[in-house]
Write a protein that binds this ligand. Structure first.
Ligand code: SAH
Length: 212
């Protein structure tokens, strides 16, 4: 079977390093994880393109650069416990599996969660735990998290996610209405939360009571 090794190398060089992604752990993770296994079979030949792709249920796997940018901003070293909201294809969770100690990822759509869990298990990524549920209220069972990454846009920052952040902790998420969202980085130190807007983005909406 075609392993897309060259396409993956090319993606890392052009789309990530070429745009300023320099964290070695992040670059190595992108070179190692077979992105084509996380897209529908008929789109495998497009898996390494510089864009999001449909994964069914009107959802998408994010553009590689955006995933790399978000994860580089989290500054992971391999020892962290991480929460991902919006498992989708499971691709970002697979990258996180290599950047942190333990990953909890929540998906609202059960079929997507099941499919992602199967691909992750087939790849032997035993430190990733896939949960079905509303990620806008986080996943209290395994809190607190050293880092949280949200892959769908909320109109405001969900309070439960801030509560489930460790001290110190970092969270990255898109915030805003459809069509005008900003990627925001939130950091916690003690009882102080600070945030900065990083760049304009276009994510699918975070659906739920708390996220509206
Ligand atoms: N990280 C994913 C991209 C996910 S797209 C990847 O690497 O493929 C965003 C996902 O968030 C979609 O699958 C959508 O179903 C999910 N989602 C939307 N609202 C949610 C919520 N409240 N809780 C959990 N998942 C949610």
């Amino acid at each position: 079977m075609w392993d897309f090794r060259e396409e993956r190398k090319d993606m890392v060089e052009r789309q990530l390093q070429g745009r300023g992604i320099s964290n070695r752990l992040v670059l190595d993770a992108f070179e190692a994880v077979p992105r084509h296994l996380f897209v529908p079979d008929e789109l495998q030949f497009r898996a390494y393109e510089d864009c999001p792709l449909p994964i069914g249920f009107r959802q998408t796997i994010s553009q590689p650069f955006i995933v790399a940018y978000m994860l580089q901003m989290l500054d992971l070293t391999g020892v962290e416990r991480v929460l991902e909201v919006g498992t989708g294809s499971g691709y970002q969770a697979a990258i996180l599996s290599r950047l942190s100690r333990e990953v909890h990822t929540i998906e609202l759509i059960p079929s997507l969660a099941d499919r992602a869990a199967k691909v992750l298990a087939d790849l032997g990524m035993v430190n990733v735990h896939v949960h079905i549920g509303d990620g806008a209220i986080g996943w209290a069972e395994a809190a607190p998290y050293d880092a949280i990454v949200v892959s769908a846009a909320a109109t405001h920052v969900p309070g439960s996610l801030l509560e489930q952040l460790n001290d110190p902790g970092r969270m990255i998420l898109p915030v805003g209405e459809s069509g005008r969202q900003e990627l925001e980085l939130w950091t916690r130190e003690g009882d102080t939360f600070q945030h900065e807007a990083l760049l304009p983005v276009a994510f699918v909406p975070l659906r739920s009571r708390d996220g509206m």
